[in-house]
Design a protein around this ligand. Structure first.
Ligand SMILES: *Cc1c(COP(=O)(O)O)cnc(C)c1O
Length: 415
């Protein structure tokens, strides 16, 4: 089986663990930067191209700042995410506010920051108008293509998804927003999550580009930007194939040109990717604290589903490496469930996973945890969220979030 690589070895990890006890998340600055660079390069043909990093994937200002150096903006969907973007120095139309079932105060704050507001429903036009003093000049709508588009495993079938407007509502919405004073219009959709088929995105682009023409022809409204959303997947399994940015870029370029090559006013293109930007460059590092041999063999880590809930939530696969001071590759191979300590039987990072024999004290690295990992952490069973570290290009390690303490847990309680 293919092995997944890591940007550190056991002795480097040991030196980090001495200072920062496990469990912790560690992100690889070099990997993230190289990936961001390659992504932007793949869309250099596209004038005014923008990528708004989906803050929910890795909501840490150090990461947002790092990405902002590559021209990335922020895609936010809550008050706290908007505040994080602001703290990272991201401003105005470099913030996209793509939210759903949105509370009033969040619209107000997005408006105050001058963010681009991307509405999820036709009724939100009035709701937004009543929430703020002046309807924004720029407005975008999220389109739900319904049965035009086949579903994908995490997000499900578009016609069963809660997001976006129908095609009919969408057209009505642009007219209504124009009446309210909007002058610049965006079109957005997000119909996939963790999708590894490049054609899926080209097909989505084609549906949106077609719609840009239709809106222009039927309503006389020019779409300024098309936002292809997030959802590019990453190869969680060693045998999965990643989407090459150059392939995605050139295929979308061909599709774009087939629609707009001869037009004076061309829509700008944007994405709001999260997972594919940071996912592969984050690792959850834990120590083996127990082994248990009953009807099955268990390896118990000092982290749990409260640190990384994707396996429990979606049955998601995360590759696991075992590190020890002796050569693990020469150990016999055994089949384990790798578990945390929650009183929930789905608190398992892996089920029936073949690994080299694991010993107490070994270090276990869970791969591809750089997006929707730490971010989904929670406090059930009184578990505390772990620290986040950034492995700098220089080899130095910077703490970018401290671990929670029991004081944090008790901070909201009244006695
Ligand atoms: C979650 C989300 C994203 C990012 O999704 P990834 O799968 O991480 O690329 C982008 N836009 C919206 C609206 C989202 O909800």
């Amino acid at each position: 089986m293919n092995k997944k690589l890591m940007p550190f070895d056991k002795s480097k990890l040991d030196s980090i663990i001495k200072k920062y006890p496990t469990p912790f998340y560690i992100y690889d600055e070099k990997g993230i930067e190289e990936n961001a660079y390659e992504f932007i390069k793949a869309f250099s043909w596209s004038k005014g191209f923008r990528q708004y990093f989906a803050v929910k994937a890795l909501p840490n200002p150090s990461i947002l700042k790092l990405l902002a150096e590559f021209g990335f903006g922020a895609d936010c969907s809550s008050l706290a995410e908007l505040m994080l973007a602001k703290k990272a120095g991201i401003k105005d139309d470099m913030i996209m506010f793509t939210s759903n079932n949105t509370p009033k105060d969040e619209f107000q704050y997005a408006d105050k920051l001058n963010a681009i507001i991307n509405l999820d429903d036709i009724t939100h036009i009035d709701y937004l108008d009543k929430s703020i003093s002046k309807f924004p000049k720029t407005i975008s709508f999220r389109y739900n293509p319904g049965s035009l588009k086949k579903g994908n495993s995490i997000i499900g079938k578009p016609e069963e998804a809660k997001y976006g407007l129908t095609r009919e509502q969408l057209k009505e919405a642009y007219v209504l927003a124009k009446k309210k004073g909007a002058r610049k219009f965006g079109l957005h959709t997000m119909v996939a999550s963790n999708e590894l088929n490049v054609d899926y995105f080209v097909e989505t682009a084609r549906i949106l580009f077609e719609l840009v023409h239709e809106i222009k022809d039927e309503l006389g409204i020019q779409i300024e930007f098309v936002n292809l959303g997030g959802g590019v997947g990453i190869p969680y399994k060693p045998e999965d194939k990643k989407i090459e940015w150059s392939d995605l870029g050139s295929k979308i370029e061909a599709c774009y040109n087939s629609f707009f090559a001869n037009e004076k006013k061309k829509p700008k293109l944007c994405f709001e990717l999260g997972r594919a930007i940071t996912g592969p460059y984050g690792y959850l590092v834990s120590t083996v604290i127990h082994k248990k041999d009953i009807y099955k063999k268990y390896v118990g880590l000092d982290s749990c589903m409260a640190n990384l809930m994707r396996p429990a939530l979606y049955g998601a696969y995360h590759y696991i490496s075992v590190l020890a001071d002796t050569d693990v590759d020469s150990r016999e191979r055994l089949t384990y469930d790798v578990v945390g300590s929650l009183c929930e039987n789905n608190d398992k990072f892996a089920i029936d996973r073949e690994l080299p024999r694991v010993d107490i004290g070994d270090v276990v690295v869970i791969h591809d945890a750089g997006a929707h990992g730490s971010a989904m952490g929670f406090n059930y069973n009184g578990k505390l969220r772990s620290a986040e570290l950034l492995l700098k290009k220089t080899g130095k390690v910077k703490k970018i979030r401290r671990a929670e303490t029991v004081e944090d847990y008790f901070a909201t309680l009244k006695f």
